[in-house]
Design a protein around this ligand. Structure first.
Ligand SMILES: C[S@@+](CC[C@H](N)C(=O)[O-])C[C@H]1O[C@@H](n2cnc3c(N)ncnc32)[C@H](O)[C@@H]1O
Length: 267
């Protein structure tokens, strides 16, 4: 995946969004991100938003966190160092061609990465290759088709659809959460279990309104405005109405739903 083909880009705002997303969702997604003591490969660590949550939860593990983007790796290293987290090392690598021998790791962790890949099945096969025979994988992905809000708005749905289509045009699949089970089974994993993690937001949960609805989901959709216009998927008036309606659903009488999918499997 080239820098241009990553739908969310590598801007400072995207880095803040990934961090908001990870912090708000920490308990929901990571209360059970636990690995047996050993070595864990984190594939596509980005700026380390998940790394800083999962490494301290697993003090008996040594993490090797890889990404293609040197800038993201540098930011991740800074995030880990500034928190005094000592069980993580970083390396630049392509997860389709991992520079590791077969059976090198006890665990693999991958979060919000498969959705951006043109061939997630090949990526999972490569991740499986580097697992020890007793190794286990955990994958977390979203599924934009699981989003809905109140008040219902065809404009808001249109804006979200633009993101889904743009990501598909770049070879990704933002509806991948529902595919985790078949993808893992097809890649040869055993004991595949998928756990849906539903986010429900209303104004009685102000930290979720800010951290998830506004700063994670709406920020993600807003971030593709220029690409959506350039691709001819929308026009400024329709787009802006869609974004306004997404924020409308974050007001006192609005609600928001989204489901993440977390998969556990054995090699
Ligand atoms: C949406 S970010 C997720 C980052 C992090 N896992 C998180 O949840 O905050 C996707 C990351 O996958 C990385 N990535 C995409 N394709 C890759 C590849 N072929 N090899 C390694 N990293 C890749 C991107 O550089 C980006 O940092």
């Amino acid at each position: 995946m080239s820098q241009e083909s990553y739908v969310h880009g590598y801007t400072p705002r995207e880095s803040v969004r990934l961090s908001d997303q990870a912090n708000t969702l920490a308990e929901l997604l990571h209360h059970d991100t636990l690995f047996d003591p050993g070595t864990v490969l984190e594939a596509g660590c980005g700026t380390g938003a998940q790394t800083i949550l999962i490494a301290p939860k697993n003090p008996g593990c040594r993490f090797l966190s890889i990404d293609r983007s040197p800038d993201s790796l540098q930011a991740a290293q800074k995030a880990v160092q500034s928190r005094g987290i000592a069980n993580v090392a970083f390396q630049q690598a392509d997860l389709f061609k991992l520079p590791f021998d077969d059976g090198s790791f006890d665990g693999v962790f991958v979060c919000f990465v498969l959705e951006h890949l043109s061939d997630p099945a090949a990526a999972l096969a490569e991740l499986r290759r580097v697992l020890k025979p007793s190794g286990r994988i955990q994958c977390i992905e979203g599924d934009h088709g699981s989003w809905y809000c109140h008040p219902l708005s065809e404009f808001a749905s249109h804006a979200v659809d633009c993101l889904v289509r743009l990501q598909a045009d770049l070879g990704g699949d933002s509806l991948i959460g529902r595919r985790l089970y078949p993808l893992l089974v097809q890649a040869g994993f055993r004991e595949v279990r998928v756990s849906p993690r539903m986010v429900y937001v209303d104004s009685s949960r102000p930290e979720w309104v800010e951290g998830f609805s506004k700063n994670t989901f709406n920020a993600m959709v807003e971030g593709v405005r220029d690409r959506a216009l350039a691709a001819g998927l929308t026009d400024p008036a329709r787009w802006d109405r869609g974004i306004a309606d997404l924020y409308r659903a974050t007001r006192d009488d609005g609600t928001f739903c989204y489901t993440f999918f977390k998969a556990f499997a054995a090699k």
